[in-house]
Design a protein around this ligand. Sequence first.
Ligand code: SF4
Ligand code: SF4
Length: 253
Amino acid sequence: MAKTRPPRTATPEIYADIYKMFMAPVSAFDCGAKCGEHNNGAPICCSTEAAIPIVDKHEWKLLKKRTDLWHEYKAPDKATEKELSDLHHDCVAIECKGFMSCERENRSMSCRTFPFFPYIDREGDFLGMSVFWGFEDRCWVQSHLQIVNLRFLTEFVAAYEMLFQVDRDEFTANRDHSASMRRVFTRHDRPIPLLGRDGHLYKVTPTTHEIKTARFHEFGRWGFYEKDKPAEPAKHWATLDPNSLKGLTRASR
Ligand code: SF4
Ligand code: SF4
């Protein structure tokens, strides 16, 4: 009798399991209220003018079955159409009804994980989370990384472990994105922030790939938030990695 092969891509059932497990918000703060002040009240990552959610076709199948919150995204102009034409054939660009209609349990993976992606080193090890740096001038969280809750970090890592086990393309895309981040940060001579899967804060030197423990204030504040005072850190940093908080208050003076 033929054996059943394990799936080579994440099925809708796997996405359903991930959705069930990965519900933690990034922090105790409503970060959408912070960035929304600069976007007519709407969280920046919930506006397709800023970020278009992309889902895998199996995730799309699941979402369509669960809710009518989402529809396929229609590019408003030729430039966006061209940008989307490079999408992997398994991916779909989608749009929700807007932040006033958000359904927490029916958020896509990209909603749940933003502004983070899984950082993978050149040896292919998944080390923790880093940021979608292209949004650092608008995304409040990226200027206040100390607000990230341990529960979010733990669920994020578990979600990607589940995905990577079955979806090689997802792993490759994130490994390539990590390499691209190293190239960009080399050009800008900046350390890469890494919220390690062990709950500690690190910095990656992009030229040498060296990883050292870090302090939040080393990553600076950006764009709208350049002059912000540091937000209150999540509790776990004070117990697990107190060194990471040193200099945070001083940095704002
Ligand atoms: S993750 Fe960033 S862009 Fe999204 S709502 Fe929070 S602060 Fe705004
Ligand atoms: S589903 Fe919710 S979190 Fe996701 S883009 Fe829409 S409003 Fe934002």
